[in-house]
Structure formats: structure tokens, C-alpha cells
Write a protein that binds this ligand. Sequence first.
Ligand code: GAR
Length: 193
Amino acid sequence: MRVALLGSGRGSNAEAVLLAQQDGRLGAARVIGIWSDLPGAGILGLGPRFGVPAAFLDPGPFRTKFSPERERAWADALRTAGADLIVLAGFMRVLKAPFLGAFPRRIINLHPSLLPAFPGLDGIGQTWRSGAAEGGCTVHWVTAEVDGGAHLGQARVARRPDDTQETFAARIHEAEHRLLPAVIADLARGASR
Ligand code: GAR
């Protein structure tokens, strides 16, 4: 299963996936490349470190979506690379028809809340401010509804009395780093059956 990692940020979850691959915990899944919509994103630095191609690809002029023409260019690039599974690991852009149609049921997203609670931006901040007794993270199939596709895995993180938003967020990130590689390995097992 050929995995494409897409991200806009520091790439700690992409790093967790690459470390899992290095340790043989990713099963039949293999990362074939890293793509970012931001030229300076930390995630691109993982390419040279792990010996994986990493590239910035122009998303067009908008901040949270692609222009239709650039969305087609992204889908073409990933198809040409032969991606079987597209993993949104901190990719902060909404995908629409041209992209979704090119990869039906082959795109997954990591979100830092217990969906369906707190979709959209800043899942951890939303959870923290709500006063909920627990937060967590979810990996789900990507559909046209933002953060709305069927769940593939979830990890719960209890809020402690002495937590600050930072300590709570740090445990959610640790949970993400375990969950995302585990879900990819599960999907790879399913794909090879
Ligand atoms: C992660 O917490 C991920 O859940 C979140 O961005 C962070 C990326 O961190 N994604 C979203 O909020 C998507 N809506 P990373 O760049 O260190 O992996």
C-alpha cells in the first residue's frame, strides 16, 4: 500500500508514521512521498531525514481550499506518484470534488478531537474551552463533509485536574502519534488480505 503524506505544519504525525515504518510497525504500507501546501512547512524537512521525496505543491491563491485548477494538479500529481492511500496529517485545506473523486475511499484525516464533537479548526482548543472531561483524536475517511466521514479509530485522553491547555494538548498529540500509524497498519493489513 503506497502512502502519500500531506501536511501543512510541523509534521510530528508524519514523523510518527515514518518512525513506525522504520521500526517495521507499518506492515505492508510504505510512504512514497510527502506533499505540502506551504513551502516552509516543517513536514518537508522529514523528506531528506527519512530518504523520502518531499515537495511543496502550489495550492493556488486561497488559504483554506484549493483553486479548482490547482486541486486537479494535486490529484494528478498524487495519481502519477501511484498513491493508494492519502493521509492528511495536519493538512489544513478542505478537499473538494476533483480531489475526492480521484481517490474514492482512499483519503484519511487525523483530527484532534473526539469527533463528531468539535470538528473544524482548533479541535483541542474547542475541547479545552468546553470544559469537557475528556478529549482525544480521531482518524476518519475524508468525505465532502468536513471532519464528517466514517471513523477508523479514536483515542481518548482524560482531562486531569492539574492540566493546562498545553499539558492536555501534549497528551492528545502523543495519542495522535500512536493512533495514526496504527490505523495505517490496519488499513494495510486489510488491503493485503
Ligand atoms: C495535529 O494535531 C492534527 O490533528 C491537526 O493538526 C495537527 C498537526 O500536527 N489537524 C487538524 O486540525 C485538521 N483539521 P503535526 O503537523 O505536528 O502533525
